[in-house]
Design a protein around this ligand. Structure first.
Ligand code: GN1
Ligand code: MG
Length: 376
C-alpha cells in the first residue's frame, strides 16, 4: 500500500500532468533500484480505464534535463522507424505524457522531478525468465531496439552517467571504497574483494577494443534486464523496451551481457542461497540466438566474437558495483534488508565463476549461431 503522505504527493503530481479522464487509483509499480515508480489509473469518458506510469526521477544520480533530452530524442527517432516499418508507435516505444503546461517533466515544490508515460497497453513484464521461449523473445526485443537505433547519430546523446560501463573505472571506484572503508565493512567482504582482484587484468578488455576501434560506440540501453522488456499479453512477444534513463553512447556487448547476467541466472539477483544460483547455458544459448536475430546483421564480427566476454564483464562489473556500494554503506542501490548488496554481489560472482567454467561451451554456442545467421 502507498502510505498517506506518499499517496498525497503522487496525487498532487498526477494532477499536474496532462492525464485524461477521472482519477481512480494509484499503486507502486516495478522493482527498480533507482527511480520511484507508480501506476495511476484514470476512468475515461467511455468508461474504459487508462493507465499511466508516473515516475519520480532520481536526481541525485541523473541530470534530469539531459536525461529527458536523450529520451525525447531516442523515442522520437524510434517512432519514425516504427512507423516506417508499419508498426504501432503508440505501443512499440515509450510515449511521454507532458505536464498540463506542456513541459516534458514536472518539478514539484520540493524540487523533485517527475515524468509520465502511457502504460504500454495489454503488456506484462517478468522478473525472471520463466522459460527459455520468454528469454528468447526478450533477446529479439532488445536486439531489435539496438537495430532500430543503429543509425541514430550517437554524438547527439548526452553521456548521462559517464563511464557507466567502464569496468576498469568501476574497479578503481571499488579500490577507493576499500581504502576509505567508512563502516568497517571491508573485513566482512575479504573473499569477494579477492575474487575481483584476481580478475583485475581482464576488466579492460572491451573498453580497450573500443579505444582501438575494433568495436564501435553505439546507442545502447545500458540496463537490459528482462524486466525492462514489456511483452504483449496476446502474442507473447516483446512489444516495447522501457527504462530509457541510461540510453547513451556505449558498447552493445554490455547490453548483451547485462541481459545474460540477469536473465540467464536461475535465481534472483539477491538470492542468499548460492546453491540456487546457476548460470544456465541453455538460456545463454537462446538469448544469443534471439539477439543475433533481433540485431539482424548490424553487429560486427568482433562484437559477436566477444559475446561471452560481454556476459562475463557485465556480470563482474555489476558485482563490483554492488560490492562497492555495500562497502560505502548502501548509498546507491536501494536495499530492503542489511547486507542485500553483499548478497547481490555474491550472486554475480557465482555467475562469473560458472561462466569461466563453461567458457568453451559459450564460445561454441556463439560460433554456431553466427554461422547459421550468416548462412541465411
Ligand atoms: C539499477 O534501477 P534498476 O534496477 O533499473 C542500475 C543498473 C544495474 C541494476 C542492478 C542507473 O537498475 O545499472 O544493473 O540496478 N541502474 C543504474 O539490478 O545504475
Ligand atoms: Mg533500470
Amino acid at each position: 500500500m502507498v502510505e498517506k503522505t506518499e499517496w498525497e504527493q503522487v496525487l498532487s503530481v498526477a494532477s499536474k500532468m496532462a492525464f485524461e479522464g477521472e482519477f481512480l487509483d494509484c499503486e507502486p509499480l516495478g522493482a527498480g533500484h533507482i527511480n520511484k515508480t507508480y501506476s495511476v489509473r484514470y476512468r475515461q469518458a467511455d468508461d474504459s480505464v487508462r493507465t499511466y506510469v508516473l515516475q519520480q526521477i532520481n536526481d541525485s544520480i541523473f541530470d534530469v534535463a539531459q536525461l529527458m533530452a536523450n529520451i525525447v530524442a531516442v523515442t522520437s527517432f524510434l517512432k519514425q522507424k516504427i512507423e516506417a516499418e508499419g508498426g504501432d508507435p503508440t505501443r512499440e516505444t515509450l510515449n511521454l505524457i507532458p505536464t498540463k503546461q506542456g513541459e516534458q517533466y514536472y518539478c514539484d515544490s520540493q524540487g523533485k522531478s517527475w515524468r509520465a508515460y502511457d502504460f504500454v497497453r495489454d503488456s506484462v513484464c517478468y522478473e525472471r525468465a520463466e522459460n527459455p521461449k520468454l528469454f528468447y523473445e526478450s533477446a529479439i526485443g532488445f536486439g531489435r531496439f539496438q537495430r532500430r537505433l543503429a543509425d541514430f547519430p550517437v554524438e547527439q546523446l548526452h553521456e548521462i552517467l559517464p563511464d557507466f560501463h567502464n569496468t576498469p573505472k568501476r574497479l578503481e571506484a571499488l579500490k577507493a571504497a576499500i581504502e576509505a572503508d567508512p563502516l568497517g565493512r571491508v573485513a566482512t567482504a575479504r573473499q569477494e574483494i579477492a575474487f575481483v582482484m584476481q580478475r583485475a587484468q581482464e576488466t579492460g578488455i572491451l573498453v580497450e577494443l573500443c579505444r582501438r576501434g575494433n568495436i564501435p560506440l553505439r546507442v545502447t540501453h545500458n540496463d537490459t534486464k528482462l524486466n525492462n522488456a514489456m511483452f504483449d499479453r496476446r502474442t507473447g512477444k516483446v512489444i516495447c523496451i522501457i527504462d530509457l534513463d541510461t540510453v547513451m553512447p556505449g558498447l552493445s556487448l554490455y547490453d548483451f551481457g547485462d541481459s545474460i547476467r540477469f536473465g540467464a541466472s536461475t535465481a534472483a539477483e539477491d538470492e542468499r542461497d548460492l546453491k540456487k544460483v546457476q548460470f544456465d547455458l541453455r538460456l545463454f544459448d537462446v538469448y544469443t540466438k534471439g539477439y543475433l536475430e533481433g540485431t539482424a546483421n548490424t553487429l560486427t564480427d568482433w562484437e559477436i566474437e566477444m559475446m561471452p566476454m560481454g556476459a562475463k564483464l557485465a556480470t563482474l562489473e555489476c558485482g563490483i558495483r554492488f560490492l562497492t556500494d555495500y562497502i560505502l554503506g548502501d548509498v546507491y542501490f536501494r536495499i530492503d534488508r542489511p547486507e542485500q548488496n553483499l548478497d547481490r554481489c555474491r550472486t554475480q560472482f557465482k555467475l562469473v565463476r560458472q561462466m569461466e567454467e563453461k567458457w568453451e561451451k559459450m564460445r561454441r554456442i556463439v560460433a554456431q549461431h553466427k554461422y547459421s545467421m550468416r548462412k541465411q
